[in-house]
Each structure stands twice: as C-alpha cells, then as structure tokens.
Design a protein around this ligand. Structure first.
Ligand code: LRH
Length: 476
C-alpha cells in the first residue's frame, strides 16, 4: 500500500514543498516553491535583516488545506529562532542569521566564558551566526524584546507549533543553537546563565520522529517533528553504506561524517569542527560556505545558472585563489566587488568576467572540501573511500568533477533532493512504513539515479591546492 507524506523544506533562498510517496520505491514531487530570502526592513538607524515567517506560513497553509497526505514534517536552516510571548504571539519577526547584529559578539562572549569551555559544554562549531551569539547580542544591547519573551522556538519549531499547537524543540535543530549540550543531551543552562540569557524560555526537547499531534490546518494530517534541521534530514538521505564522508551542498557546504559519540578533542576545537545532533548518530562536520558566494554574486549579475556554468568552462583555471569562509563574505552585499577587493588586497590577478569569478568560486569551494576532508581523516583517525555529495550543487556536473579532482576521490552525486527525502524518510520510519535508517538508505539507492565522478588530473589539482592553502585563513 502506498504511503504519502508532505516534506516542507525551507532554505535560505527558497521554500519547497514536496509530496513524497512510498510504493515499491520512493517518488518525490515538488508541489510548491516560493522565495524565502530575507527582507531588509528599515529601522530608525539601520536596516534589519529579518525572515518573513508569516508569509511562509501562508504558503504552507495553502498546500496543507488541499493535501491528502498522512503526515507533514518541516525542516529549515539552522541557528535562527523566534521569540514568543506568554500567549504564543511572535514578539518580533525573527532575525536572519546574516544580520550584522552579531558582529564581534562571539569575542565578547569569550570574555565571560572561555572558548574551550563553550566547546566542551556544547560540542558545537564557533560561528558568529549561532543562536548563542544572537541572544548574547540582545543581552548586550539590553533588547526589550528579550524581556517580553516567554518562549524561544527554533524556526522549524515555530511551524510545528503553528501547525500542531505543541511548543517543543526538536533535537537536531536545538543542537545547532550552541545553547544545547550535545554531550549531555539537555540545554546548557549553566552556560546560558553565565551569559545572562534567560534559561526559562527554552522548551522541552524531543527526538526526531516525534508525533506532535493532528494538524490544526487539516485534521487528517499528523504533524511529525522530523529531523528538523535541514542538514540532519539531508544526512538521513545520504546513500551511505557504513562509514563515509558526505557533503550536503546548498547555500552552505556541510562536510562531515557520522560518529557514535561527540568528538570533543583539543584538535576538533582548534579546527572548529562541530558535533551536531543527527538521526541516531552525531553529525561530525564543518559548516563551510557553499553556493552563497555565487548566489550573492548572481543577485547582481542576474544570470541563468546554466549560462554561468557554461561561461566557467570557457575560461582558464587557477587564475586566483580565495578562502570562501572569510568573514568579509558572510553578510549580504556587492559580492563581485568584495571578491575583487580581496584579490587586490592579496596581490592576485583581478578577475572581472562572470566566468572567471565563478570559476574562482568553484575551484576554491572544491579546495575547501579537500581541506576539510583531510582534517576529518586526521581527527577521526579513519580512512574514507568515496565522497557522497547530496543537495542542490549536485546539478552542477562541473563542480562535482572539480570536487573529485581536488580531493582525488570518487564523488557519488545524488540525490539532489536529499533534504526533503530525508525529512520524508524520518516520517515514514515514524509511521512504521520503513523499518529503520539502514532500510531507508537502501530505498534511496534503489529509487534515485546517482552519478559518479572520477578525479581528472589530480596531480595538477594537488599542486594548485598547495597554492590555495596559502590563502586559507590568511590575515589581510
Ligand atoms: C544549511 C544550514 C547549515 C547551517 C546554516 C545556518 O541550510 O542549516 O547547516 O546551520 O544553514
């Protein structure tokens, strides 16, 4: 018998809703797509970069009203949250993690709680965008919103609340906040207290695969807290057999592996790795910049992606090198100009053409993947074979081939829709239609076409990698 579920996947550029059906195999049908990009709202002194959450809810509601699915699951990007008052009303529109309010805040937090203590308590990578520093920026600015707040919900938790009436936080998304202790399995109350963040606003945490109740929009549909962090859902759908390396590709590249327990070594801290909560296992990975650089360039160029990729094929390689994770590239702005400034400051050839800048981005992303993969090997002490890439960038054959060449490893690319598939798989396991995650990954392998890319000219790429390494983390 067929089982149909709805996967709602909100990313930093698009919201997508899929019907996923399990018969003898799994089929995925996109039924709705809408823009989710943040909105700059004018304030008195500056613009505030926020999410139009009510707008996204309207889109979701429309689909639910017309749906005959058995259940629905929502996943979104990590780290962002909404504040609600005692009546469950939004205190304000939630901020986008790329808003400038967290600039310099992480360092201020370290003055109160040392960095290594934060890592030991939470297991999470240091990024200025983390919930912890967003909240601390509100503490430092004495933000009145915090005073009216009775409940903090991470973004997917807000939709789960609106749809089911249950105010809880799902484990995988809670773990991205750096307010939650992955090693201990509860909010890191002591850490929050030290930073004067109110602890009573944090809700109960539930595991992925928790049935929250009937949908308030359409009674017949169960609301399931899936693996609510998009990356956690994507990792569920990686067709891994045993241990392996995955790259969940989209605005971010999440490069990692699965572990039984958090890895909290001094080296993991120094290399800024994270131990995010996964479906059953720990997602030991690095959050690295992904297609963001190109997406932000293309806000200015306004080109078709196929045209961009074609233009990359027609320009020479390795003309310059770039570290995609530099802070100067984190916030929205004129990205082609920022890249040109960076090239000038680092004494490199200044690239002007779209194909050249895009090639620089693709090559640098591929080098960054190699850099991270090498560190995973060193940190875990394990050897890995091929690399599985899932998510949006899988459509970009050229980039897949660059990653294979830069890492010297076979790349198995697909499925593209790993996040909504993983979201659905967690629901299907919860409904009893699939036995467990191993079974689920087998179904992924049988249901979707995977493409394989072999390294081309790996010696040249290795030589160029050494050049690229000079720019990684360079102080300029
Ligand atoms: C990817 C992602 C990533 C980070 C970032 C904020 O969409 O969820 O794992 O948490 O967004």
């Amino acid at each position: 018998m067929a089982v149909k579920v709805l996967s709602i996947d909100l990313g930093a550029t698009n919201g997508k809703i899929y019907e996923v059906e399990l018969k003898d195999r799994l089929t995925v049908k996109e039924i709705k797509r809408f823009r989710t990009e943040g909105t700059f709202l004018p304030g008195k002194d500056r613009e505030h970069f926020v999410w139009n959450l009510p707008g996204f809810y309207e889109e979701i509601k429309g689909v639910l009203e017309a749906s005959d699915a058995q259940s629905v699951g929502v996943d979104t990007w990590g780290v962002d949250f909404a504040l609600l008052d005692e009546n469950g009303r939004l205190v304000s529109l939630p901020y986008h993690y790329r808003d400038v309010r967290t600039k310099g805040v992480m360092k201020k937090a370290f003055e109160v709680v040392p960095k290594d203590e934060i890592f030991q308590r939470t297991g999470i990578q240091f990024m200025e965008i983390n919930t912890l520093y967003q909240l601390y920026s509100m503490v430092l600015s004495n933000d009145p919103f915090l005073k009216t707040t009775k409940h903090l919900l991470m973004i997917p938790d807000v939709f789960n609340f609106w749809l089911s009436g249950e105010m809880v936080s799902e484990y995988t998304i809670a773990s991205t906040s750096q307010c939650y202790s992955v090693p201990d399995g509860e909010w890191a109350y002591d850490l929050l207290e030290k930073l004067s963040i109110p602890t009573e606003i944090f809700p109960k945490v539930v595991p992925p695969g928790t049935i929250l109740g009937k949908c308030r929009v359409k009674k017949g549909i169960n609301v399931i807290a899936t693996a609510c962090h998009d990356t956690a859902s994507a990792v569920v759908a990686v067709p891994l057999e045993g241990e392996g390396i995955y790259i969940s590709s989209g605005t971010w590249f999440l490069v990692g592996t699965e572990l039984e327990r958090p890895l909290l070594s001094k080296e993991a801290l120094e290399r800024n790795f994270t131990n995010e909560g996964g479906y059953g296992k720990i997602r030991f990975l690095k959050n690295a910049t992904g297609m963001w650089l190109l997406e932000e360039c293309n806000r200015i160029w306004k080109k078709d992606y196929s045209e961009i990729i074609e233009s990359v094929r027609n320009v020479p390689g390795f003309q310059a090198f770039l570290d995609p994770d530099r802070e100067e590239f984190l916030h929205p702005g004129n990205m082609p100009e920022r890249i040109r400034n960076y090239l000038e400051r680092t004494g490199q050839k200044i690239l002007e053409r779209i194909g050249e800048i895009s090639r620089l981005i693709f090559e640098s992303l591929a080098f960054n993947c190699r850099w991270i993969v090498e560190q995973i090997k060193e940190l875990t002490g394990k050897r890995y074979g091929k690399i599985h890439v899932v998510g949006g960038a899988v459509r970009n054959d050229l980039l897949m081939s660059f990653i294979a060449s830069a890492t010297g490893k076979t790349v198995v690319a697909g499925p593209v829709d790993a996040t909504p598939i993983g979201n659905a798989l967690v629901q299907l396991i919860t409904l009893g239609a699939i036995a467990n995650i191993n079974e689920a990954r087998k179904i992924v392998k049988e249901s979707f076409e995977l493409k394989t890319f072999e390294p081309k000219n790996p010696e040249l790429w290795s030589e160029k990698y050494e050049e690229w390494r000079r720019y990684k983390g360079m102080r300029v």
